[in-house]
Structures are given as structure tokens and as C-alpha cells.
Ligand binder design. Structure first.
Ligand code: AKB
Length: 323
């Protein structure tokens, strides 16, 4: 049985991953690490232990690791791409300084460490279509710079100190539970909220802007499966391309309209997000993840859209339309 610390446990991924890990490994074996101002609520607070763990504070991480006899850390603390451009120094402090703290503590205490990378670790000079696992990584954003640094540093700690570091490059993640906030791919979540609320959606990216996206249940499964994977089969560690769907604003808009025909979208471009999106791949090649740890997504755009609309109607108390 694992003893797990999730750092950044109240964020978009953390709030759902912590609950999933508790379901698998036991409620009392998964610690929800949060920072003041982002306290856990409801089931996340009530179902298991919670501690203040600021990733920039190594003493806090170390004390929690010792107190709960932690052997696995999920490091989910990060500023997303658009918000990181506004606060590059803080993005580095959390993304690289925070990861360094996790790596050192993992080295001292023998913990395995998961730190997500992103499609944002690629840049304009990367091949954009079916981006290979091993290719040019010269990102244009501070978010991407922290992600590439994190991949390299994590591989270094695995080679040099034997720390069991593993990672996946997440695409844009779509869920109905916790909002992302500050990413370039956030539009693909916001569009569902607008559609279900009956609002016209103002799309910040222009038609033809393709990016990889993934439904949260697949992303959570990837985070669990990569940490459970047989190390003898892993040729790569930090970090694996994973993929399930790639679309542009027109494709997701038209898919939603198959379910909500009266839904409308207009374009109101955000130049920063457009510039970032243009530098990111259109689609990733995830062959290595499929070969080395049997990665396979379950949701496509249609299955995700049905589930998002169903669950957002429940969450926002919007009745099903009469047939
Ligand atoms: C972002 O848009 O910044 C994130 C990501 C793709 O890493 N969702």
C-alpha cells in the first residue's frame, strides 16, 4: 500500500486526483497538500488527511513526508501558461524551485515522484503534427521553460540518484469539477459552461487553432498508471507524450451544437493565448506511452461532450430539455 502526498491538491487536477487516489489506496493513505487561500472543502476535506504544504517551503514538505511516512509524491503545483506569462518569476519559483524541493526530499526519503509536464514544453520550432516523443523542445513561454527544465532535472535525479521520477505531458484537460484558471486551453472547458448556461461563448482563439485535449478521467488514469508501470519496461521517464483527441474551436463548437442546437459562439481573440497556442503542437504522437506502459485513452470528443453536458446540467441545476 502506498502513502501518498498530493501537493497542489485543491487545483484542477489535484481535487479529482486526490479523490481517485483515496479510492484506490485508502482514504487515510493520501494526504491533501494545500496552500492557505486554497483550502479543501466537502469530500476532499472530509475523506482524508489534509496539511498545509507550500511547495516553495522545503521544511513543510519534509515535515509532512515524515509525519505520514510518505513514499510517493504527486507534485501538481504550477502556474498555468497564460498566468505564468504575467508572473514569470513566480512561475519559475513554483515550477522549478518547487520541483527541486520535491526532488531533494524524494532523494532523502526514497519517495517516487510524479510531476506533470505539458504540451507547453514544445515550441514553434517543434514539428506540429504528430509531434514525436523525442524532438526539439524550445518553448517560447516561461511555462514551457519550467516544464522542459523539470523534465531534464527529473531525468537527472533518476539517473544520478536513482529517484523514481515519472511524468506525462498533459494536453489541455477538460472537466466539470474544478475550473482550470490561467491556461491557454481553458476555452475548451469554458465553452461547455456557456453552452449549458445558454450563453453566447466568446472564443479567445481563432478557427483552425488545433491543440491536443483530454477528458479528466483519462488524465487521472494516466497519472495513476504511469506510477504503477513496470520500471523494467520504461525506456522514457520524463516525460511521456499522451493523447486522446485534437480539435480546433469550430470542431468543439459544432460537436456541442449536435447536443444543444441553439448554442452560439463568437470570436473575441486574446492575442497572448493565440500566440501561445500557435507555438504548441496540433497533435502529439503517443506511441511510446502505448508501447512502454500500455497507455490507451477511453474518451473521444463525442463521449466527453455527452458526459460534460450531462454533469454540468446537474452541477448548474439546468434541467434537461424536453424532447
Ligand atoms: C495550459 O493551457 O496552460 C495547460 C497546459 C496545456 O499545460 N492547460
Amino acid at each position: 500500500m502506498k502513502n501518498i502526498l498530493v501537493i497542489g491538491a485543491t487545483g484542477q487536477i489535484g481535487s479529482e486526483l486526490t479523490m481517485k487516489l483515496r479510492g484506490i489506496y485508502g482514504n487515510s493513505n493520501v494526504v491533501c497538500g494545500y496552500i492557505p487561500g486554497a483550502e479543501p472543502h466537502g469530500a476532499l476535506l472530509e475523506s482524508g488527511p489534509a496539511e498545509i504544504v507550500d511547495i516553495t517551503n522545503p521544511e513543510q514538505i519534509s515535515a509532512t513526508v515524515k509525519k505520514y511516512n510518505i513514499d510517493t509524491i504527486y507534485n501538481l503545483a504550477a502556474l498555468l501558461s497564460a498566468v505564468a506569462e504575467a508572473r514569470p518569476q513566480l512561475a519559475w519559483k513554483i515550477g522549478v524551485g518547487g520541483l527541486y524541493n520535491c526532488l531533494e526530499i524524494s532523494r532523502e526519503h526514497g519517495c517516487a515522484l510524479f510531476t506533470p509536464s505539458s504540451i507547453g514544453s514544445f515550441g514553434a520550432s517543434t514539428p506540429h503534427v504528430k509531434t514525436p516523443q523525442d524532438t526539439i523542445q524550445r518553448p517560447d513561454t516561461i511555462y514551457g521553460v519550467t516544464k522542459v527544465t523539470g523534465e531534464l532535472l527529473s531525468d537527472y535525479y533518476a539517473r544520478r540518484f536513482g529517484v523514481d521520477t515519472r511524468s506525462v505531458r498533459f494536453p489541455g484537460l477538460i472537466s466539470y469539477t474544478t475550473l482550470p484558471g490561467g491556461g491557454t486551453t481553458d476555452y475548451a472547458v469554458d465553452i461547455y459552461y456557456a453552452a449549458v448556461k445558454g450563453e453566447t461563448f466568446k472564443c479567445p482563439l481563432k478557427p483552425g487553432t488545433f491543440m491536443d485535449m483530454m477528458y479528466m478521467p483519462d488524465a487521472l488514469r494516466a497519472a495513476v498508471e504511469i506510477m504503477e508501470a513496470d520500471p523494467a519496461r520504461l525506456i522514457h521517464r520524463n516525460s511521456f507524450n499522451i493523447a486522446s483527441m485534437s480539435f480546433d474551436p469550430e470542431i468543439i463548437y459544432n460537436k456541442i451544437r449536435e447536443h444543444i442546437p441553439e448554442f452560439r459562439m463568437e470570436y473575441e481573440l486574446d492575442p497572448l493565448r493565440q500566440k501561445i497556442a500557435d507555438s504548441w503542437p496540433d497533435s502529439l504522437d503517443d506511441t511510446c506511452a502505448r508501447q512502454e506502459w500500455d497507455w490507451a485513452p477511453e474518451y473521444d470528443l463525442e463521449a466527453m461532450t455527452r458526459d460534460m453536458i450531462l454533469n454540468l446540467r446537474k452541477k448548474l441545476l439546468v434541467p434537461e430539455p424536453a424532447l
